[in-house]
Design a protein around this ligand. Sequence first.
Ligand code: ZN
Length: 204
Amino acid sequence: MNANLTSLFWKGFSVSSCTEMTPDTLLIRLQPLTSQPPCCRGCNRSTPHIHDTSLRRVRERELLNRKVFLDVPVRRLCCSSCGIMTEKIDWLPERQRYTSTLSAWVESLARLLPIKHVASLTGLHWHTVKNIDHRRLLREVHEPPRHRLRRLMMDEFALFKGHRYATVVADADTQQVLWVGEGRSRAAFRPFFTWLGPEGCAAI
Ligand SMILES: [Zn+2]
C-alpha cells in the first residue's frame, strides 16, 4: 500500500506488511513514521527519547468485508516533564483493544440496532459493543437538572416477558427519562428520590 494513503488512516504510522490470518481476516503490521517524533500522552509535547516499545494487537474497522487486526508498536517515552510515559496515538485510546474508527462505527450502528445485532454484524463480543455504546451515552447524555423538575410521570414495564418489573420515571414536561430501576415497589424507586434530594422533592 502507498504510505501516503495509509497515513490517512493511521496518523504517525505506515504499513510495514499485510498478511491473511484466515481467509476473512487481515493482519496489518504498522511501523512508526520516522519523520514524526512521538508525542507524550501526559503533556502532548513531542520527544525523540524512546524508553521502550511494545506491540499491541487491536481490532480495526472492517476493510472490504475482511476483519482487520493491527499490530501497533506503541512506544514509551522519556519525557522531560512527565517521566516515562506512553505516546499519544490519536486514533488509539489507551488500554483499548480497538481503534477510534471502529468505536465510531459501532456507535453509529448501535444508534440504529440492538446491541445483539451489532455484535453479530461486526463479530465483536456483546460486552465490547455494550461498553462502546455506554461510553457514547456517558459522553452525550447529561444528568437532568434536578432543580428544574416540576412534574413527574412514572410507569412500570415487564422484564424478560416474566414476573420481574422495572419502574421508569420521566420528566412530564420534557418527556426525558430520568431514572430506570428494577422492581416496582416503593423501595425500588427510593434511590430516585434520594437522587432528587429534599429540595427537589419539595418542588414537585
Ligand atoms: Zn510529557
